[in-house]
Write a protein that binds this ligand. Structure first.
Ligand code: ZN
Length: 322
């Protein structure tokens, strides 16, 4: 497989950020680098390697700058980072990240609790980041995504009205984001809602400005939601190797959807990911060794690939989704 092979769906690995920020253990930097390299070698094209939050808040991610530098040495890999604010974006740009993601929680109570900012304040940060990006030469300008977190419901406010999510998507685009993404931070989403909310945001900002979905498997609905996303034509899906992070309220539930299970689902359905599933499964050993005592999730890793499994690229053309 070459790095330039055509893919149908971009699997974006968020374990080094979303997974690791959810567990207390600090993974050694060398192990993170090995993880990133091994996943890229398995064919993963985009990895969110960390977050530019103060180390006092998330010591697990204190080495993000070093990881960006490492990931940038890997040919063909899109290097993504989370930025909580303007300062974080400045650091990400200095480091040369390809993609920066600013989260905006659609529930204002959640936003106040997690980012200690109102919606208006986060939009203002987005505007400042947008301005900074416009001042840069095109070659140094990362892609700027506004992530609509708690888009499918919030643990504090419960229901988040669709209208609110659409309004915030429009505000982020007006502030200077290149695209928005929908995040089911709380694991509340169902497939009907995935289709409905995606269509509503598309109608407001344009189909090409929302291509990605970030899912958690808190209630076991993650892969059902993936199928809904595929049905309507979303093309980027976030996942975490081994689903690390888990959920303290739902024992047995992984954190993000599990990369290995996602890749199996996609490839079995005929969607090319560019990922070699056997090599991907082998990365687990490395991650498990670096996180002793931490639970890794996933059904495919336990059960193994079905006998006679044929990845998408090797399937008869009639079976390959277009
Ligand atoms: Zn998440």
């Amino acid at each position: 497989m070459t790095a330039a092979a055509k893919i149908d769906i971009l699997v974006s690995e968020v374990g080094p950020r979303d997974g690791l920020q959810s567990i207390a253990a600090v993974m050694p930097t060398a192990a993170k680098k090995a993880w990133i390299s091994a996943e890229a070698a398995a064919g993963v094209r985009e990895i969110e390697v960390g977050s530019f939050v103060p180390a006092s808040l998330l010591p697990q991610l204190a080495d993000t700058a070093e990881l960006v530098a490492h990931a940038l040495t890997i040919d063909g890999l899109s290097v993504a980072v989370l930025v909580p604010n303007f300062k974080g974006a400045q650091r990400a740009i200095e480091c040369g990240a390809h993609k920066i993601t600013l989260p905006l929680s659609c529930s204002e109570s959640h936003s106040l609790k997690n980012l200690r900012r109102t919606h208006a304040q986060v939009i203002e940060e987005a505007r400042a980041i947008g301005e900074l990006l416009r001042s840069l030469p095109a070659a140094r300008r990362p892609c700027f995504e506004g992530a609509l977190s708690t888009a499918f419901g919030c643990t504090i406010e419960g229901l988040v009205p669709e209208r609110k999510v659409v309004e915030l998507a429009e505000a982020l685009m007006a502030a200077g984001c290149d695209e928005v993404g929908l995040s089911d931070t709380t694991g509340y989403a169902n497939p009907t809602q995935v289709r409905s909310l995606t269509r509503a945001v598309w109608a407001a900002v344009g189909r090409d400005r929302l291509t990605g979905l970030h899912l958690h498997n808190t209630r076991g609905q993650g892969l059902a939601n993936v199928v809904a996303a595929l049905d309507i034509g979303l093309t980027t899906l976030d996942a975490s190797l081994g689903g690390i992070g888990g959920c303290p309220f739902a024992p047995g539930a992984s954190g993000n959807i599990v990369t290995e299970d996602l890749v199996f689902l996609l490839e079995a359905m005929g969607y090319r990911t560019g990922i070699d599933i056997d090599r991907l499964l082998a990365v687990r050993r490395l991650v498990q060794a670096a996180l002793p005592g931490e639970t890794l999730y996933g059904f495919v890793p336990d059960a193994g690939l079905p006998k006679g499994f044929v990845p998408a690229a090797a399937q008869a053309p009639a079976l390959v989704a277009e």
